[in-house]
Design a protein around this ligand. Structure first.
Ligand SMILES: Cc1cc2nc3c(=O)[nH]c(=O)nc-3n(C[C@H](O)[C@H](O)[C@H](O)COP(=O)(O)O)c2cc1C
Length: 259
């Protein structure tokens, strides 16, 4: 069996899920950041199994993940699984992926939600610790499904309310609370360029030793959370005074993508 795990991740949760899963899958498996394909028109899938791992944004899948799925070209009878990591509200994110696949005559064999520490709204510390402790067991349940090529259900909500909630959340979150124009570097920024390196979509340039944000932002918050000086902030947002987070088992270098 050959499998590819494609992931998107800003603060490492989805990356850790992908790597943990890789360790549990039978033979021939690869973990790939899907952002490296963002400029491609077509992405060929020749494997027996495709797994897509991503964080939930605004009770839905991130735009970059939707666009990735849109570009997939299947050359064999691939089993497709998706895993959404989230802070308790996955909404219809997995159903969105299934719907996009159906346009291509494919569908999810199963869709799984894993609750993780939040990187936007904060998670109480005890809940955060419990979620991190439970991770290996949860991923091992999922690996069993995949290793047996089993079909299962798609977790989450797929109704009109969840759709409306997602549209509203996105409207407020994407365009108001986390608008690209609100990112800035505080005076403690020393121009080290970590923010540029962790940005999965290469949206940050360093101009006169300060970061400058372009228009490709996915709102993954990698720049905000990984800055070694904690100098990146977001003006007038619920995130302004937020404690920084990244998955404890991930190093900043693991977040750097070849660009
Ligand atoms: C812009 C943004 C929106 C988010 N929206 C949701 C949401 O609607 N529901 C939820 O449960 N978690 C939400 N989260 C939290 C993340 O989905 C969660 O922490 C995820 O595991 C982060 O994965 P990563 O570390 O791989 O980036 C959001 C995070 C961000 C950055």
């Amino acid at each position: 069996m050959s499998s590819k795990i494609y992931y998107f991740s800003g603060t490492g949760n989805s990356l850790v899920v992908s790597k943990t899963l890789k360790g549990m899958l039978n033979e021939n498996k690869e973990v790939i950041p899907l952002a490296i394909h963002r400029k491609k028109q077509n992405i060929d899938i020749n494997e027996d199994v495709l797994i897509i791992v991503f964080p939930v944004y605004f009770a839905n899948a991130p735009d970059i993940v939707k666009s990735f799925v849109d570009k997939l070209n299947f050359n064999s009878n691939t089993h497709i699984y998706a895993i959404a990591t989230c802070n308790g509200v996955a909404g219809h994110s997995l159903f969105t992926i299934d719907k996009l696949l159906k346009k291509k005559g494919k569908k999810l064999s199963a869709g799984f939600i894993i609750d993780m520490p939040g990187n936007a709204l904060t998670t109480p510390l005890d809940v955060e610790e419990e979620r991190l402790r439970n991770l290996t067991n949860r991923v091992s349940e999922i690996a069993k499904y995949i290793n047996n090529s089993e079909n299962g259900s798609i977790e989450g909500k797929n109704n009109l309310k969840s759709y409306i909630d997602s549209v509203m959340l996105r409207l407020v979150g994407k365009n108001m609370q986390i608008a690209t124009t609100k990112f800035f570097a505080e005076s403690k920024c020393n121009g080290c360029g970590t923010c540029k390196k962790v940005c999965p979509v290469d949206n940050i340039s360093i101009v006169y030793k300060k970061p400058k944000w372009g228009n490709e932002c996915e709102r993954c918050l990698a720049c905000f959370h990984w800055c070694p000086k904690e100098a990146i902030n977001i003006k007038k947002s619920f995130l302004t005074d937020r404690k920084k987070y990244h998955h404890p088992d991930v190093t900043v270098k693991e977040m750097f993508l070849d660009k």
